[in-house]
Design a binder for this molecule. Structure first.
Ligand code: ADP
Ligand code: ASP
Ligand code: MG
Length: 421
């Protein structure tokens, strides 16, 4: 007997038929004798709709009260949790739904992007033992204890709920059921020749997720790494009746580096079109200028990513280029505009039609020249590189958005990641 968390994402619970399919997956594990906690997302498209309604309701103000945003967007998960409990009971399985506040899942006060602080899993564990009861828990939400208000965890946050619950109930494994059958070398919807990875290290998954692979929310991987929760990413579309409980199903294990035998230099490629570039032209090349630019941006909570500063040719002025999330582009220009006198620059240039392509692999720690190969391959395709950043296990390149797919495919082949045709 094992204790499992099974998480089902939006497309896996997109309608009542799919929810009934999920119930059969859960039944399969219950029948095999396991204790099960299920975490569900809202039906796909629901959270987007709820966010849009919040935006459309505002007429006079520019931003809404984040507490009320959370009150609205948390409802999607409440519906699926209740429906799945009904579907399970319909299969004669003892099941009960739980909202974040009922568990409770305590969060910070940062409405819209709250962090999980603590989960009381004891009641769930007691019910496993006493009533063989399946817990169906709403993902994406918890409660800020001091104010007693619902808080949500940021888009894609049900992954984080699942991992945190797995840690709290000391689960043997956290299964993430989604619309692909594992983590691939890059997004399989963009590169059909992407290969499924049998195993991926926490650290690599953390980079893949934070650099654009949305298959797992970044915070869920951070939590899994911290608490050593083994995650298995698999498909909810495999018919439950065809899965042999004694066979290992297709999927990807996200685990400690030490559990990975096969080592490649490059494990995967991530990309993000959600980038914007800002260039501050002709700033004085003297101490304090970078602080004058990035200080106000930090105060405005803008996450600056890549930063490039040219060495000035004449010893007097230079350009500083950096990237921000596309959604913060206009706000960042406003912040820099307001600080113009303190910074001192000639003009501001910007672009939102840029993309960041990143190459990731723990094998890069011990291999030199990996990035150089990429520069050569992209140059051969006439793809211009606007900015570069590197770290121990990854490097990222900023390019024109129009070349994203070509660049990803080129690098995917270059590093031998294509599956055999
Ligand atoms: P869910 O609704 O189940 O949480 P998501 O849409 O959040 O699912 O994440 C799954 C999607 O992530 C896939 O459909 C796929 O297009 C995308 N994806 C991006 N990069 C990868 C990758 N490297 N491996 C697998 N899927 C990826
Ligand atoms: N429903 C939420 C979202 O769409 C959380 C999730 O699906 O993980 O972002
Ligand atoms: Mg997701």
């Amino acid at each position: 007997m094992a204790r499992l968390v099974m998480k089902f994402g939006g497309t896996s619970v997109a309608n009542v038929d799919r929810i009934r399919n999920v119930a059969r997956h859960v039944k399969r594990e219950v029948d095999a004798g396991h204790e099960v906690a299920v975490v569900v997302s809202a039906m796909s498209g629901t959270t987007d709709q709820l966010v849009t309604w919040c935006e459309e309701t505002l007429r006079r103000r520019r931003i809404f009260d984040a507490r009320e945003y959370d009150a609205v967007v948390a409802t999607g998960e409440q519906v699926t949790a209740g429906l799945l409990a009904i579907a399970l009971q319909d299969l004669d399985i003892n099941a009960r739904s739980w909202q974040g506040w009922q568990v409770p899942i305590a969060t910070s006060e940062a409405h819209g992007s709250a962090r999980i602080l603590d989960i009381n899993g004891e009641e769930l564990v007691r019910r496993f033992a006493e009533g063989k009861e399946v817990a169906v828990i709403t993902g994406f939400q918890g409660i800020h204890r001091e104010s007693g208000r619902i808080a949500t965890l940021g888009r894609g946050g049900s992954d984080t709920s699942a991992v945190a619950i797995a840690a709290a109930i000391r689960a043997d494994r956290c299964d993430i059921y989604t619309d692909v059958d594992g983590v691939y070398t890059t997004d399989p919807r963009v590169v059909p020749r992407a290969r499924r990875l049998a195993r991926v290290a926490f650290e690599e998954m953390l980079e893949l997720a934070s650099l654009g692979a949305k298959v797992m929310q970044v915070r869920s991987v951070e939590l899994a790494m911290m608490h050593n929760v083994r995650i298995f990413v698999r498909s909810s579309f495999d018919p439950p009746e065809k899965i042999d409980p004694h066979d290992s199903p297709p999927g990807t294990l996200i685990c400690d580096e030490g559990e990975i035998m096969e080592q490649h230099t490059v494990t995967g490629i991530a990309f993000s079109r959600d980038e914007a570039q800002i260039s501050v032209r002709e700033v004085l090349d003297k101490p304090g200028v970078a602080a004058a630019i990035f200080g106000p941006l930090a105060e405005a909570n803008v996450n600056v990513d890549m930063i490039v500063q040219n060495v000035s040719g004449d010893g007097k002025t230079t350009d500083i280029t950096f990237t921000v999330p596309a959604s913060d582009y206009q706000r960042s220009l406003d912040v820099i505009g307001k600080a113009k006198r303190a910074i001192g620059y000639a003009r501001l240039d910007g672009a939102t039609d840029v993309a960041k392509v990143s190459v990731i692999g723990i094998g890069m720690r011990s291999h030199a020249g990996v990035a150089a190969e990429a520069f050569k391959a992209l140059a051969a395709r006439s793809i211009n590189i606007r900015a570069i950043t590197t770290s121990e296990i990854k490097f990222s390149l900023l390019i024109d958005a129009a070349f994203t797919e070509l660049a990803v495919r080129t690098l995917h082949s270059l590093y031998g990641l294509d599956k055999a045709a």
